[in-house]
Design a protein around this ligand. Structure first.
Ligand SMILES: *Cc1c(COP(=O)(O)O)cnc(C)c1O
Length: 397
C-alpha cells in the first residue's frame, strides 16, 4: 500500500493555502531548487559542454521517459520526454497517418483540448492533404469509427468536466475498424491508473507540468507501442532522432527505438526539475492514488451538494467515468472562483461556466477538502463573489 502521507511532505505548499489546481500546474517539490541549482553549478558550471557525456544529459530524455512509463503502463524503452505536448500531438498524429495512407478521416471529440484539434488541422494543411477531422460528441466516438478512419485522436480525461473515455474499449473499436489510436494523457498521467500496453494503445502523448509536478513549461512526452516503433517515421525528423547524430550524415536515418521521436536538444535544466519531481512517485502505485482520489472527490462532491444548491455537478457522478478532477457549473463561475482564490482556495475556471478542482492525493488530504468546502459554502451563502472586482477577467483563467 502506498504511503501517501509521506509524499505530502515532499512538496512545498504555501502555509494556509488549499491547492486544488494541480491538474493545471503541480506544486514545487521541496528538492527542486537544489536539484536545478546542482544542474547549473556542478554540471553546467563545472562540466560545461562535457556535461552531455559526463552528466548523462543526452540519456536523460529516455531515462526520465521510462520513469513516466511506469506510471502509465508503458514498457521500458517506449516513452521519451522532450518538446511540448502540442508538438508531441503533431508528431504522433503525423506518424499514425503515414501508417494508414489509404484513409483520410481523423476522429476526435468536442471535449478535446483545442490545441490537439488545432495541431491536427495545421498538420493537414502542412501535408496539403484532403484529410477530414470528424469531431463528434464524446459519447458518439465509438459510432463514428468506420473503415474510412485512419486515426482516433482522443484525450482520455476531459480537461473541463473530467469525463473519462474507456481507453480499452475505444482502442479495440479503432483496431477492429483498422484504425490507429493516439491518446492524450494530459489529465491522466499521474492522475489515474493507465495501462497503455494492456489497452494495446498505438501512440500516447502527455505533459509533465500538471499531475507530474515538473514545473511550468516542463517538457511533454510521447509513447509509441513496441509493435509500431520500427515502422514509425518521425515527421519532425530532427538531428537527435537520428541513429547516429554525431556522424552528421546528410540523410535522416531514424534511431532504432523511441529515440527517433526526439527532435532536438533536450531542455536539461527543466529535466533536472522534472527528474526530482518524479522521485515523489517512487513506491507509489497508481491504483492507490486513484482509490484515494475517488475518496477525496466524493467528499468534495458530497460537501458541495449538501450546502450549495446553485452549484451543479458537471463531472460524471460515477467515479469510474471520471478522471481526478471535479467541476461544477455556475453562471458566474469566474467570479466564484476569484472569491475562492482570494480566500486561499486555489482552483480554476474554464469558460463558459465551470469551476474546476484538481484532486491530487500526493499532497492533499481530507482537511484540505473540508476547508475548501467550508469556504465555498460561506462564499455562496453570503454572495461574497458578487463584486465587480471578482468579475474582472484576467488573461489566464
Ligand atoms: C494541457 C493540455 C495541452 C497543453 O499543451 P502544451 O503544448 O503543453 O501547452 C494540450 N492538450 C491537452 C489535452 C491538455 O490538457
Amino acid at each position: 500500500m502506498t504511503n501517501l502521507n509521506a509524499t505530502r511532505s515532499r512538496f512545498d505548499l504555501p502555509e494556509g493555502l488549499v491547492y486544488l489546481d494541480g491538474n493545471s500546474l503541480g506544486p514545487v517539490p521541496c528538492d527542486a531548487a537544489a536539484a536545478v541549482t546542482r544542474a547549473i553549478t556542478d554540471e553546467w558550471g563545472e562540466l560545461l559542454v562535457r556535461g552531455w557525456n559526463d552528466a548523462d544529459w543526452m540519456e536523460s530524455s529516455t531515462r526520465i521517459g521510462d520513469r513516466i512509463g511506469r506510471l502509465i503502463g508503458a514498457p521500458e524503452g517506449t516513452v521519451i520526454v522532450g518538446d511540448t505536448l502540442s508538438l508531441k500531438v503533431y508528431q504522433a498524429l503525423a506518424a499514425a497517418l503515414e501508417l494508414r495512407p489509404e484513409r483520410n478521416v481523423v476522429v476526435s471529440d468536442s471535449g478535446n483540448f483545442p490545441s490537439d484539434l488545432y495541431m491536427a488541422d495545421g498538420l493537414f494543411r502542412t501535408m496539403g492533404s484532403s484529410h477530414e477531422l470528424r469531431i463528434v460528441a464524446p459519447d458518439a466516438v465509438s459510432d463514428a469509427i468506420d473503415e474510412s478512419v485512419a486515426v482516433v485522436l482522443l484525450t482520455e480525461v476531459d480537461y473541463r468536466t473530467g469525463r473519462r473515455h474507456d481507453m480499452g474499449a475505444l482502442t479495440a473499436a479503432a483496431h477492429a475498424a483498422g484504425a490507429l489510436t493516439v491518446w492524450d494523457l494530459a489529465h491522466s498521467a499521474g492522475a489515474i491508473e493507465v495501462d497503455l500496453a494492456g489497452c494495446d494503445v498505438d501512440f500516447a502523448v502527455g505533459c509533465t507540468y500538471k499531475y507530474l509536478n515538473g514545473g511550468p513549461g516542463s517538457p511533454g512526452f510521447i509513447f509509441v507501442s513496441e509493435a509500431l516503433i520500427d515502422e514509425v517515421r518521425p515527421a519532425l525528423s530532427g538531428w537527435l532522432g537520428h541513429e547516429t547524430p554525431f556522424a552528421f550524415d546528410l540523410d535522416f536515418r531514424p534511431d532504432p527505438g523511441i529515440g527517433r521521436m526526439r527532435i532536438g536538444t533536450p531542455p536539461v535544466l527543466a529535466l533536472a526539475a522534472l527528474d526530482v519531481a518524479l522521485d515523489a512517485w517512487e513506491g507509489v502505485e497508481m491504483a492507490d492514488v486513484q482509490a484515494r482520489s475517488i475518496e477525496l472527490s466524493e467528499r468534495l462532491i458530497a460537501g458541495v451538494e449538501a450546502s450549495c444548491p446553485t452549484l451543479d455537478l458537471a463531472s460524471p457522478r460515477n467515479p469510474d467515468n471520471r478522471g481526478s478532477q471535479v467541476a461544477f457549473r455556475h453562471p458566474e463561475g469566474y467570479a466564484v472562483m476569484q472569491a475562492l482564490i482570494a480566500c486561499g482556495v486555489i482552483g480554476d475556471f474554464r469558460a463558459p461556466d465551470l469551476i474546476r478542482f484538481g484532486i491530487t492525493p500526493l499532497y492533499l488530504e481530507e482537511a484540505d477538502i473540508d476547508r475548501a468546502v467550508e469556504i465555498l459554502i460561506e462564499i455562496m451563502a453570503s454572495d461574497a463573489w458578487d463584486t465587480p472586482e471578482y468579475r474582472k477577467r484576467k488573461a489566464v483563467t
